[in-house]
Design a protein around this ligand. Sequence first.
Ligand SMILES: NC(=O)c1ccc[n+]([C@@H]2O[C@H](COP(=O)([O-])OP(=O)(O)OC[C@H]3O[C@@H](n4cnc5c(N)ncnc54)[C@H](O)[C@@H]3O)[C@@H](O)[C@H]2O)c1
Ligand SMILES: [Fe+2]
Length: 405
Amino acid sequence: MKKILFRVIQKILFLGSLLLPWKEPALLIDKGSIKGLAEIIRKDGFSSCLIVTDKILMKLNLLRPLFDSLDREGVKYELYDETLANPTLENVEEALRLYTEKGCQAIIAFGGGSPMDCAKGVGARIARPKKKIEDMRGYIKVMKKPPALYAVPTTAGTGSEATITAVFTNVKTHEKFAVSDPYLRPKYAVLDPELTVSLPPHITSITGMDALTHAVEAYIGHSNTKSTKEYALKAVKLIFENIEKAYEEGEDITARQNMLVASYLAGLAFTRAYIGYAHAIAHSLGGIYKTPHGLANAVLLPEVIEFYGKTAHKKLAQLADAAGLDTGRKTVGEKAQLFIDSVRGLNERLNISSKLDIIKREDIPLIAKRAYKEASPTYPVPRILKTEELEDIIYRISSLPKIDK
Ligand SMILES: NC(=O)c1ccc[n+]([C@@H]2O[C@H](COP(=O)([O-])OP(=O)(O)OC[C@H]3O[C@@H](n4cnc5c(N)ncnc54)[C@H](O)[C@@H]3O)[C@@H](O)[C@H]2O)c1
Ligand SMILES: [Fe+2]
């Protein structure tokens, strides 16, 4: 009965979403394209902006071309570089204070998903000054235009530059949660491959697997449109073709560019077609253990799509074709298994472990409960799972044997 109710809600949300304004960000693509952003901001009529980034990117001097071009165009900027990986509510409040005190007019998010989401949080708080971020948890609770947001991803992973979502960590409750609203979507996204060349191999691989998880979870779910299917298939193809190259030869600009495009397309796909249980569990693990988001997804993805069983086979078989796997005369079930095994193979070649040793037995019920809460009733997953089934998946990615109660 509950499952039928969930499916009805998902259908209503899907039909409702067809009425929303889904304006995609304008794009600046190519090597060196970051240098053109300041001119766009000036032409948009802004003379001062807040840049949200993190300390590592500052240390790498990655923002230099942006600073130089802002200076050249006469656009003043304030800098918030304290964003933590898995950004906290405090990060948002600190950056917000800076924006307000200095009278900024627009926001540039420069970094991985963490700075991009922190910047979206600042926008949400400016649009709704009386609401805390927690009050906007869930879907369509901002409902007012924030300042213009220009997103510059430096990882090819989250696709936050394309999405209506921002994910935050409450450090007091160790919980990660999302705020989703079409108003949070960036106005511009800058896909400049030179900004991802400095990514170390391990971050390249796990963030790339996050993008793959977005594309796969969106595609196998029940709420696709023609375009989300196309975006997801293209993203899967690009990731299978480029992730190992980007991992092994980080300076390969073509592989870096293709990964950025893939991550962007996967973002466009999942922001309309949703994600699934891999992400729900990954968020739960991120809140409790600070597990990097991409790592959690990489480990979870093959287990979750295998756990769905036959219901997901047709779509997984199509993904096997999109990924360019040798599907020959295989049956649908065999193709689906080939895709699952190929994701495992990718993880292995990218030196991503198949287990997360940090998981403690006593935490598993809470991890599963939170993941269930996140996914229910909205995520249009191929098969709706019970909390106990989510526990099973968590045991499979832990190093712990399951003891029957
Ligand atoms: N908003 C969304 O739609 C969405 C989607 C998926 C994930 N997320 C969230 O995004 C966050 C994760 O983002 P992420 O995976 O991009 O990681 P991140 O932004 O936390 O960055 C990870 C690490 O990589 C470093 N880094 C980033 N770019 C670099 C570069 N070019 N060179 C060297 N180092 C670099 C950062 O300084 C950081 O230490 C999580 O909080 C996750 O929940 C959001
Ligand atoms: Fe993700």
